[in-house]
Design a binder for this molecule. Structure first.
Ligand SMILES: Nc1nc2c(ncn2[C@@H]2O[C@H](COP(=O)(O)OP(=O)(O)OP(=O)(O)O)[C@@H](O)[C@H]2O)c(=O)[nH]1
Ligand SMILES: [Mg+2]
Length: 369
């Protein structure tokens, strides 16, 4: 039996096994087997070569624009950035990945227009595989869906899930530590509903014989496997609804209902018209927020505060991260820094390397000569 048939059999068996406490460990085993076999299939498929898309990461952050053919990705990219991505009123205009640079609040945000992500892409059809490998390296996914076909979202998010991209969630709190002997021991937080036997079954299926497993939060079997497999990427996402210029106001409630059915708050989705360049300011602002970028205005000796070209960092970054991004040899020469702005207790606060910065801080680094 070939790998693909084995995968099909496992999927059938999982689908036909009712989930309850007495079958939980069995399902855990099946799902783990399935995950491992899919991994193997993928490795076989990719060992055949195929150049892939060497799209380099440029700028301060990268956004992947995913959507069906003709939904308006190229039109949007051209409206948002300096790119010249071909647009056309027929499918599959975009055959490659087209990068464009969006300049916003002094940041350079790379936006990638990727070819139509169609059903089956994660299985390697339609060149989707390469597309997905580009998408995996992004910092944010923007779903572009047609106002007339909100169900496009289902198929797109399914493709991403199959390709080990998890949206809008933190990695599951699962920690596995190998040891030399004594089998598998399981340590779970009080709210975890998975049986220890299920956890052990899953771990064994993934090749563990002796290990300490800690599970810190309530998760399901799929999340446990995600935690054990360790090659999932966790990305934030936004939903932009395009061609909003084409609907009558009385059609809007229907669209909103369809969004709600998919757990998308209609107020969180951004309605745009790429063609008429409407709603693009809100979209850009939301991209900025979701990326969690912050602007740091450097106060340079003799040159004053540079508000034109801020240093772009991420929420949670420290003075140390600023030094790193600035380059140069601050390492030995760093003495202290002075911060004025949202993160400072008062103007010109003296801080150390571990001080956490905030958007629109003014930063001066004092270094030894
Ligand atoms: N009315 C309207 N038409 C739009 C809008 N955005 C794009 N279009 C049109 O839709 C068609 C397809 O747009 P593209 O930007 O080429 O779509 P795409 O997603 O890049 O398509 P592929 O490259 O084939 O994947 C073009 O005729 C656009 O002019 C919009 O907001 N409103
Ligand atoms: Mg296109």
């Amino acid at each position: 039996m070939g790998l693909e048939e084995e995968i099909q059999e496992l999927e059938d068996e999982i689908a036909s096994t009712p989930y309850n406490k007495s079958t939980e460990a069995h399902i855990g085993r099946l799902k783990s087997k399935l995950a491992e076999k899919k991994e193997k299939l993928e490795q076989q498929a990719s060992s055949g070569g195929g150049g892939g898309y060497g799209v380099e990461k440029h700028g301060d952050a990268t956004v992947a624009l995913v959507g069906f053919p003709s939904v308006g990705k190229s039109t949007l990219l051209n409206a948002l950035t300096n790119a010249e991505s071909e647009t056309g009123a027929y499918e599959f205009t975009t055959l490659d990945v087209y990068p464009g640079m969006l300049k916003y609040k002094g940041a350079n945000i790379q936006i990638l227009d990727v070819p139509g992500l169609i059903e089956g892409a994660a299985g390697g059809r339609g060149g989707g595989k390469e597309v997905l490998s580009v998408v995996r390296t992004a910092d944010l996914i923007v779903f572009l869906i047609s106002v007339f076909e909100i169900d496009q979202y289902d198929r797109l998010s399914e493709e991403l899930y199959k390709n080990k991209i998890r949206l809008d969630q933190d990695p599951p709190w699962v920690n596995v530590r190998k040891k030399g002997k004594d089998g598998i021991s399981v340590n779970t937080a009080s709210d975890v509903e998975l049986d220890d036997e299920t956890v052990k079954a899953v771990l064994r299926e993934h090749g563990y014989v002796n290990a300490d497993v800690t599970i810190g939060e309530q998760i399901d079997i799929d999340q446990l496997i995600d935690g054990v497999m360790d090659n999932r990427v966790y990305l934030p996402s936004l939903v932009a609804v395009n061609k909003a210029d084409l609907i009558e106001p009385d059609y809007l409630p229907k669209v909103e209902d369809e969004l709600r059915e998919r757990d998308i708050d209609p107020d969180e989705a951004i309605f745009i018209s790429a063609e008429e360049e409407k709603g693009l300011d809100s979209l850009t602002e939301r991209i900025w927020e979701e990326l969690g970028l912050i602007r740091i205005y450097m106060d340079k000796p003799g040159r004053g505060v540079d508000r034109e070209e801020p240093l772009i960092l991420r929420e949670g970054d420290t003075v140390d991260d600023a030094c790193e991004k600035l380059g140069g040899s601050f390492d030995e020469r760093f003495r202290f820094a002075r911060v004025t702005g949202p993160s400072a207790k008062h103007d010109e606060q003296q801080v150390g390397r571990d001080h956490e910065l905030a958007d629109e801080d003014i930063l001066r680094i004092v270094a030894n000569r």
